[in-house]
Design a protein around this ligand. Sequence first.
Ligand code: ACO
Length: 323
Amino acid sequence: MIRSIVRGVGCALPRRSMKNSEFEAIVDTSDEWITQRTGIRERRIADADETTASLGEAAARAALDNAGLTPADIDLIVLATSTPNNTFPATAVEIQERLGMRHGFAFDMQAVCSGFVYAVTTTDLYLRGGQAKRALVIGSETFSRILDWTDRGTCVLFGDGAGAVVLEASEGQGAIADRGILAASLRSDGVHKEKLFVDGGPSTTGTVGHLRMEGREVFKHAVAMITDVIEDVFRQAGITAEELDWFVPHQANRRIIDASAKKLGIAEEKVVVTVDRHGNTSAASVPLALTAAVTDGRIRKGDLVLLEAMGGGFTWGAVLLRW
Ligand code: ACO
């Protein structure tokens, strides 16, 4: 059977780093409050010349280099983002053009912070269905552009960045020992749509809008939802938490990450954390964390890796793969 294996990873971050202390001059907050409540110490903020497309392109090129491939080897680009360069065309198409690709097809996926997990799961279906052979799956965001910089409850939490993987259709045995994506579980429930949303859009206000969030409400649901989809992929694959090598969760808040790992019985040393450096980069957070753990040599060929995310909608999902 066909398995979608990861051939390469890469990321790109804006030049400018913003430390917690810099918020003290903008809103009524402190480095101590942000660090204690979220685990975030700094995040990157895009300058005017850095966009979702430019960061996504740079992450895609890094992933191609890491895989030893060129754009000519790719026939599908899926970009997870909620902060596209334009309402349309899809920013994925702009990245396709920037990469000099005139073949294949490209589209955006919008599932907010779960976007990358949704995009990986969707791409896996295209590869297993024979619609494509090699795909770039990118998460790229410039959330700084949709933040209300007077709202201390949200502006301190988010950052900008991009990460990408190259997925390739490869022959597997249909066994748990196969490399590639082994199981996935996606969920959404629109009843929660007003707990985390952007208050603008082309069909309503005609404006881009700003991010609004009931942080405590999101927090309340996060751990249970994350646990639900992870237990589902464990069931599908017939494995337990002890068999995992690495847990790469969405990087929204250190307390959510720790509580989820604890509830699932995943040992602390198996959890990849980058929220301290990147803040919440929405759809970019999982591929940014993945790239960090691959680049520093933690994730190696044959390791069992669990990806997870939860975000606006709510949407949530998990993917289990062997590296
Ligand atoms: N600095 C100082 N005080 C603050 C700040 C700040 N930056 N922000 C809020 N506060 C205050 C509040 O006003 C409140 O004050 P009050 O008691 O006088 O009313 C107090 O701190 C406590 O507020 P809570 O919201 O209860 O604080 P909590 O411990 O829940 O932490 C946080 C807030 C960090 C937002 C937390 O709720 C959280 O992480 N929620 C989940 C957020 C999340 O993960 N979002 C991303 C989802 S993914 C996506 O799709 C984008």
